[in-house]
Design a binder for this molecule. Structure first.
Ligand SMILES: Nc1nc2c(ncn2[C@@H]2O[C@H](COP(=O)(O)OP(=O)(O)OP(=O)(O)O)[C@@H](O)[C@H]2O)c(=O)[nH]1
Ligand SMILES: [Mg+2]
Length: 399
């Protein structure tokens, strides 16, 4: 059975070094993720650890052999066979996970188990039929990607590219094609990178309750305490006093100035007042894309494109609603899409779908309620990892 091992280290390079030492240079990296051991509420910046899950180089040989055995049968049967193999693999992986100690990183492991369970369910679910027939290994991946929320069109296009670009022998290995597709996904993912520069002027808009204010608090804390920048907060939260209070509390905790503005003119004045600030983060009241008056007000404030507007979205929102929101809020110039609540979502493909279909890059992901810890810069690797497990990471040339 497959031997899966977990490695933890301060950084990716160290973790990969451990993998190399223990499993050899050809080890197969199944996933990488950041984990945090401390759970201090305002215990600033517990240093994240990197967790790498890896298998020895021959882990997939058996699978491949069995895939080869089945080859030549009817394609339907071959497909069922490779699904069966994958199920077995998942089951054995689950067994492996059971044996692992559930310490401080219990939630991460639980999520992994949940993920495996979902995958097993996905294998039995009816899926939209592909247009052309795909080889079994690719069909397995197609289902995985659609299950993870990637649009069926996108999944199919990706696999057709893989099919066209890879030699036939490689197409027999689900694992190989998965790596290839993950790389294609990384290549297509557009990201902004972190907020930076001497003069950050960023506004955050989006539907109600997605996490705008919380995210601003996380970003403000990072800029202030980690980067030593002078930060001012502004809220154009014009219709709910409670929401103003929330930002005020964070501002007080971090000793940051906060302005409340009610009109575009007052916003201009606030920006002038804090023109010396390295970063001004502007909070807005959550609004409904269906409310014309609220959308009009948004355009009054941000339609001129002089500020960087980031659209904050919850990854736990359904794809139809998300498309509608991106379309309506896209009437103002948008610098990025920022996805919150990744911890509550499991169809992460929507994150990429929205970015691809709108052409708007991704900036940050938030992964929980803790301020300031639960936020990360969106990277192509992370996006690929959300849709498909991350492929082996090459040793990058040292920066
Ligand atoms: N699980 C989870 N909860 C989050 C995350 N980000 C924010 N929240 C929670 O979502 C709720 C709403 O967060 P807010 O920051 O008030 O959302 P908002 O977009 O400012 O809301 P409005 O101003 O009312 O539109 C709070 O309970 C947050 O703690 C996240 O990444 N994961
Ligand atoms: Mg708010």
């Amino acid at each position: 059975m497959m031997k899966v091992r977990r490695f933890e280290a301060q950084g990716l390079r160290e973790a990969l070094q451990q993998v190399k030492t223990e499993l050899g240079p050809q080890a197969i990296i199944l996933s990488t993720r950041e984990i945090r051991k401390s759970d201090g509420a305002f215990g600033l910046f517990a240093r994240p650890l990197v967790e790498v899950t890896a298998a020895p180089p021959d882990a997939f040989e058996k699978v491949k052999e069995r895939e080869e055995e089945k080859k030549g049968g009817r394609s339907e049967r071959a497909l069922r066979a490779s699904l069966g193999i994958l199920k077995e693999e998942v089951a054995s992986l689950r067994e492996e996970m059971k044996g692992l100690p559930l310490g401080g990183d219990g939630p991460a492991l639980r999520r992994e188990l949940e993920e495996l369970r979902n995958l097993i369910l996905a294998l039995g679910e009816p899926f939209p039929e592909p247009k052309g027939k795909l080889p079994p290994a690719l069909e397995v991946l197609r289902r995985q990607m659609i299950f993870r929320g990637l649009s069926p069109e996108k999944a199919l296009r990706l696999l057709e590219r893989a099919k066209a670009e890879l030699p036939p022998s490689k197409l027999e290995s689900t694992f190989y094609v998965k790596i290839y597709c993950a790389r294609l996904l990384m290549g297509e993912t557009k990201v902004t990178g972190p907020l930076r520069g001497g003069r950050i002027r960023a506004a955050f808009t989006g539907p109600t309750g997605v996490g705008k204010t919380t995210t601003i608090a996380k970003l403000a804390a990072g800029l202030t305490f980690r980067e030593g920048k002078r930060v001012a907060l502004v809220t154009v939260d014009t219709f709910r006093i409670a929401a103003i209070e929330q930002l005020r509390i964070y501002a007080r905790l971090m000793r940051l100035p906060v302005e409340v503005v009610f009109s575009p003119g007052e916003l201009e004045a606030a920006l002038r007042k804090h023109q010396e600030a390295d970063a001004i983060l502007i909070d807005t009241a959550g609004r409904s894309q269906r409310d014309e008056a609220q959308m009009a007000e948004l355009k009054d404030f941000f339609g001129n494109g002089r500020l960087d507007c980031h659209l904050v979205l919850s990854a736990a929102t359904g794809p139809e609603d998300l498309s509608q929101v991106v379309e309506r809020f896209g009437e103002i110039p948008l610098k990025s899409l920022l996805f919150t609540k990744l911890d509550e979502a499991n169809r992460f493909g929507v994150v990429l779908n929205q970015s691809l279909s709108s052409g708007i890059p991704l900036s940050y992901f938030t992964t929980g309620q803790r301020v300031p810890e639960d936020i990360e810069v969106a990277t192509p690797e992370r996006v690929a990892d959300l849709v498909l497990p991350l492929p082996p990471v090459e040793e990058k040339s040292r920066a």
